[in-house]
Design a protein around this ligand. Structure first.
Ligand code: RB5
Length: 152
């Protein structure tokens, strides 16, 4: 059985350019499968649609982790986090991305295209996709986030 990680990526118009760059500069260098949920241009769209889309695909377990991008990372993250299965973390550097995985078992990394540069975004994505959850004391805390068993 393949252990290849499956990634979903989504963005609004504010995150479109960074989404395309992440596909080129990150995904093409990693052993992953990925699906692009849009948007597919810089034409104005509403970020909640894309936050809900990425949350749904992760909840259905059709993808293991998600990368969600809007202007700040905030709006799309709020939308995704409305589902209790989702733990979306807005990160502005690779340390945050590492801790979001190690301590929070974040299943979505949210990025702000107006906030961070491409190099930082690529570092966040690479760290997020290659860092495992530490478990232990963090498991108990993460369980409390969704009011039930972690990961179900
Ligand atoms: C869209 O203009 C902008 O509001 C959106 O990309 C995001 O920053 C929302 O949180």
């Amino acid at each position: 059985m393949s252990n290849t990680i499956r990634i979903a990526i989504a963005a609004d118009h504010g995150g479109y350019d960074l989404k395309e760059e992440i596909k080129t500069f990150t995904f093409d260098n990693l052993d992953i499968e990925w699906i692009d949920l849009g948007t597919h241009s810089t034409e104005s769209v509403d970020y909640p649609e894309y936050g809900y889309k990425i949350a749904e695909i992760i909840k259905k377990k059709d993808a293991d982790r998600g990368i969600a991008i809007c202007g700040t990372g905030i709006g799309i993250s709020i939308a995704a986090n409305r589902d209790p299965y989702i733990r979306s973390a807005v990160c502005t550097n690779a340390d945050m991305a590492r801790l979001a995985r190690e301590h929070n078992d974040a299943n979505i990394l949210a990025l702000g295209a107006r906030i961070i540069d491409r190099e930082t975004a690529v570092a966040c994505v690479e760290t997020f996709l290659t860092t495992e959850f530490e478990g232990g004391r963090h498991e108990r805390r993460v369980n409390k986030l969704s009011g039930g068993a972690h990961g179900t």
